[in-house]
Design a binder for this molecule. Sequence first.
Ligand code: GDG
Length: 493
Amino acid sequence: SVSDSRSDPSSDKDPSLGTDGGLARGERQQSITVDEPTGGLTAGLDPVVKETDGTWIAWGDGDADFAVTDDRNCVAVPPDEEAYTLRRLELSDEAVDSYYYGFSNRVLWPLCHGFPNLIEDRSNDFEWYRTVNERFADAVIDHADEDSVIWLQDYHLALAPRLIRESIPDSATVAHFWHIPWPTPETFRHCPAGGHVLEGLLGNDLLGFHVEGYADRFLDCVDRFLPAAGVDRARRTVHFDGRTTRVVATPMGVDAEGYDSDARSTDHDRLSSLFEEYGIPPETTLGLGLDRLDYTKGIPERLAALERFFERNPGWRGEFTFVQKATPSRTEIGTYQQYGDLVRSEVKRINRRFETADWRPIVYTEDVLPREDICALYRHADVMVVSPLVDGMNLVAQEYVAASTDGDSALLLSDRTGAHERLGSHALTIDPTDRDGTAAQLEYALSMSAYERQRRLNTLRQRVFSGDIQSWMETQFDWIRRVHDDPRNQGGP
Ligand code: GDG
């Protein structure tokens, strides 16, 4: 499996090694510690790579100095079991700046989320993106044989599939999952080197997106910008350069059982001290927002709706507290710094407007919390507001549902998320830009009968549990198997 180390949804760091490095720098094998991944893609992939005796290729910090490496920078994971091989690619600071903070997150991220005005096309960024993709491809080629299945993750590796395809046997399979939206052709035309991106992705035998709309838009873009490619819409295949790529929509779920059981085992003393630490009144009705601090997540819009809610409902002042946990992300990029400043100043302004001597309407923190605290907050929150302006899937909404074990929770969910396609109107649908509408849905959430809360939550839970991370992995691998068994990629529905 091949992943950019930052593609794990639960963190901007690589949790497979722990955020503190996991493998202690420069120490001997016996001092290695392995942190079990806590959720999401990493936790889902870990057992698969173990079972298949596979190799996991990811980049780490440029200055990482691992104790147990061979000349290819491989390490056995976990060290005492030697279950699989983790191969680390070391990138220089310049490479990280241009590849990760450059083309990946100054071009592809805003482009795919429909913000072409935020694209920063700096010189050399695409060249570095290509160079790092080449390094990933070389590492894969080094390990691949005629029976290999190669599974790439996310938008950091758009060029690698073609480079890999050109150098491995025909019978090996290259698959890729794109975790973020795919834009319309009107937006995609702003992509610097867009033709290379499309051609790169068409090196895959299988290309997965979260929802059908993204898969269709990908085909629209190929149709429009790669005239040499043959798009078969009914089968969702593209014939290009003598090969066929199958495009599928497989919505990603969460470790529902894990969130459920962690929420059930909430330590109430721990919850009380969490409340005390952050100044949350113990008896308050609790609202929750939890996001990376990213301009796609609709945090200022959510704050504006909260302001409107408190304006219209003075009776809730002192009674309802909204906890906004925002994890700083990609802070090297100016747009992210400005976004963080805006969020923090809006929180201050709204708090100043409504706060009393012993209550603040918004409790804001940028602390990274351990999973048990996140689960305790999920379980305890009466209402969660998920309001992205656009989001490939959104795992937080599904985690909240899985951790809502008391049957009395309500979810406000933006209709611009992949998650809305699976949870639909059983959540309380919001248009994140409509502050009055969002405030009204919040009022509704807080006044809903216990029966309606329970009824909605039951359906939400059925959906989240039946489409969990395990079933997503199975669907992925069913598709991969089909394509692998049919190298000409002609079969399927
Ligand atoms: C991308 C796509 C797609 C957050 N703070 C803490 C913490 N988290 C965890 C959450 C959740 C994850 O981070 C965030 O996942 P999301 O899906 O909500 O968002 P992105 O990071 O933007 O993920 C997205 C996803 O990839 C998967 O394909 O759904 O659309 O943008 O798991 O729980 N976890 C802990 N402490 C924190 O403080 N432990």
